[in-house]
Design a protein around this ligand. Structure first.
Ligand code: GAL
Length: 669
């Protein structure tokens, strides 16, 4: 297994390198990722290449048995390029050109920039494409991050118009699909179509969604350009990956992943200004997204946080135990390699306060010792664990286009796509049911339950799959605001939930959007939630049952007594509809019942304790992760004897796991 660090040789005097390498070896790391921001060194002036610094660094790693992943440096176009070719700079929605001075200051639609990217990628690939130490490549760095996913300049606009021509063929078709008759927007020539820069009100939602699709495809094309260039020169054994973030960008990771050998992910559970880490479920969500990006394929964590992070503001200091906990959590959910960010905190530049395994003084201390312990442990069970089977019973639907459609029209001041996704993902996480995050392209057979949070933008193919899945005996959980839009972001003319109405056995004839501080109440009237109450926030679908059984009703305002949760038996399966943003207190018992009835294995644990089972009968692993910082908890282990391969201790029945404790157990056969 690969465990490594992100290293920046260009930021340190060469006299320090050998000491760094010595300490890396002491730590037990076997890979470094380097060079992803090194363009001005590699091409100090146009067309003049100089790889001497990286030659030396790579050779040093090679001599010391450490492998290298090389980043192409295109996230940081150098100053000379920007001065001479300012057309490469992106433009924001206000028409303001983004300046040189940080990073990601380019638009993927610039032909000039594409050419420069092609050349530097080719030069690097020729130089290192057969270097024994170089095992693979990372294209660029975090495409689209830091708001660099959309650019609104003139060249972007021309390419958007080309893209629309391809998509629609004729202006008649585009006008009709987008409904441009509204507010006199009918286009009579392609070059009249704008990119969605600032307007007084809001743009046409169909144009906005197409613009997001266009931006995502433009990034895919740009990445492909680098991949194609690399492939011309590198040996087949070298892989190509990209380090994604999953923050609702106009980026389609799944599409891009088709051009990559595997995907990578940058895992920062806490960052600048945050007083505490994001929830365990939210971290788990991102790992599930990673595993789902290439339909179950393992991935690398190319940047795994090891110290406090931030630019102008620093966030929460990860506590002793966090490095191991987040490493184990990543591997439990499918990461196959971990690269810690960063080796040492830089003394200069924007990221002076992005701390690493070492701090500014370069001395090995607490974090060094913790990483060492993790690496030592991983040597005992790592490979077998990462290779063990991961099979989920619950699929949770996520389509980036649905996310974009919600960003375009959140409809309630308090709607946030990630929060609402988590609302309906969290009960599964809390009960340690095994989840996959899927999109419309996956097949549903093999899952027992499919949860479809806020299925606002529908895809016909996926709706059909849901129908077949339920008919064949599967359980579907739909939520409020399902079935509203078609793929062009146009509202259905059917009674809601549109094409899902029959499946759910309901009609939604009215609804109410709730704003900050506004809530209704819901009371359970049947089944496992009878007598339970919950706040109803964000949205209320007023459900009229048309065959479905009512499980809960609203208890406030004029629609008091109207159904809020329903259950419909259809074919051999069951379809639940949750009409509002309800609390975990009511969702968990509901999911508990759903899982029990559909045969989804769960493992009930104390709040904040995550347990993940992997493997098969022969080799079974159980990771027990206590995300709580101040209390130990007792976990009831599943049947059998469980051995800690590191200490050789054997556990059975109740096991105590300390605050921020994390342990990987192997079932004794
Ligand atoms: C990541 C990025 C790194 C570094 C890090 C700081 O998003 O890829 O280059 O900026 O954040 O925490």
């Amino acid at each position: 297994m690969y465990i490594g660090v992100d290293y920046y040789p260009e930021q340190w005097p060469k006299t320090r390198w050998s000491e760094d390498v010595r300490m890396m070896k002491e730590l037990g790391i076997n890979v470094v990722r380097i060079a992803e921001f090194g363009w001005s060194l590699m091409e100090p002036e146009e067309g003049k290449y100089d790889f001497s610094l990286y030659d030396e660094a790579i050779d040093l790693f090679h001599k010391n048995g450490i492998d290298v992943v090389l980043g192409t440096p295109t996230a940081t176009p150098p100053a000379w390029m920007v001065k001479k070719y300012p057309e490469i700079l992106p433009v924001d929605e206000n028409g303001v050109t983004i300046s040189f001075g940080a990073r990601r200051h380019y638009t993927v639609n610039s032909a000039t920039y594409q050419e420069f990217s092609r050349k530097i990628t080719a030069e690097m690939a020729k130089r290192y494409g057969s270097h024994t130490a170089v095992i693979g490549w990372q294209t660029d760095n975090e495409y689209g991050h830091e708001k660099s996913d959309r650019s609104y300049g003139d060249e972007d606009r021309a390419r958007f118009q080309d893209w629309l021509k391809e998509e629609y063929g004729t202006l008649e078709k585009l006008n009709e699909t987008w409904g441009t008759v509204f507010w006199s927007q009918t286009y009579t020539e392609w070059d009249q179509i704008p990119v969605p820069r600032k307007v007084y009100q809001e743009h046409n939602p169909s144009l906005l969604l197409d613009f997001d699709r266009f931006c995502a495809e433009a990034y895919n094309r740009y990445n492909r350009l680098q991949v194609d260039e690399l492939k011309k020169h590198i040996e087949e054994r070298q892989f190509i990956t990209h380090n994604f973030v999953y923050t609702g960008l106009a980026l389609n990771q799944k599409e891009m992943a088709k051009d990559l050998d595997f995907i990578s992910f940058d895992n920062y559970p806490v960052w600048g200004g945050l007083p505490e880490p994001i929830t365990p479920a939210n971290i788990a969500r991102q790992h599930d997204l990673c595993r789902g990006t290439k339909s179950g394929k393992g991935y690398w964590v190319m940047e795994e946080l090891s110290g406090a992070q931030g630019w102008g503001r620093i966030g929460y200091l990860p506590r002793p135990g966090h490095i191991q906990l987040w490493t184990y959590q990543a591997i439990s959910r499918g990461a196959e390699a971990i690269v810690y960010f960063r080796w040492r905190a830089a003394r200069f530049g924007t990221e002076e306060f992005c701390h690493g395994i070492l701090d500014h003084d370069g001395k090995p201390k607490r974090k060094f010792e913790e990483v060492k312990r993790v690496i030592d442990n991983m040597k005992v069970f790592g490979d077998e664990w990462i290779e063990s089977d991961y099979k989920a019973d619950v699929a949770v639907y996520h389509d980036p286009e649905n996310d974009w459609a919600w960003q375009i029209q959140p409809q309630s001041e308090v709607f946030n796509y990630v929060d609402e996704f988590l609302r309906f993902y969290e009960p599964a996480h809390a009960m340690n049911a095994k989840t996959d995050i899927i999109s419309d392209v996956e097949e549903l057979d093999g899952y027992k339950v499919v949860v479809v949070p806020v299925y606002f933008l529908t895809k016909n193919g996926f709706t059909d799959k849901l129908k077949q899945f339920a008919a064949a005996g599967g359980t579907v959980v739909l939520t409020y605001r399902s079935g509203v839009k078609d793929r062009f972001n146009v509202v259905t003319d059917q009674t809601l939930p549109g094409d899902l109405s029959e499946l759910a056995g309901i009609e939604v004839n009215e609804y109410e959007s709730l704003q900050s501080g506004q809530i209704n109440r819901v009371e359970g009237t049947a089944g496992p939630i009878e007598g339970m109450t919950s706040d109803a926030a964000v949205w209320c679908d007023l459900i009229d049952p048309a065959g479905a059984e009512v499980l809960a009703e609203y208890s406030d305002t004029f629609y008091s007594g109207t159904a809020a949760i329903t259950k419909n038996r259809t074919g051999k399966g069951t379809v639940y509809y949750i009409g509002s943003g309800l609390d975990q207190e009511i969702l968990r018992p509901l999911y508990r019942e759903i899982f029990a009835q559909s045969g989804v294995p769960v493992l009930e644990t104390p709040e904040g304790v995550e347990v993940l089972r992997r493997g098969d009968r022969e080799t079974e692993f159980l990771s027990v992760l206590n995300h709580n910082t101040d209390s130990a908890y007792t976990v009831e282990l599943p049947e059998g004897e469980w051995k800690d391969p590191v200490t050789e201790e054997v556990y059975q029945g109740p096991m105590e796991v300390g605050a921020l404790g994390s342990i990987v157990l192997r079932k004794k056969s």
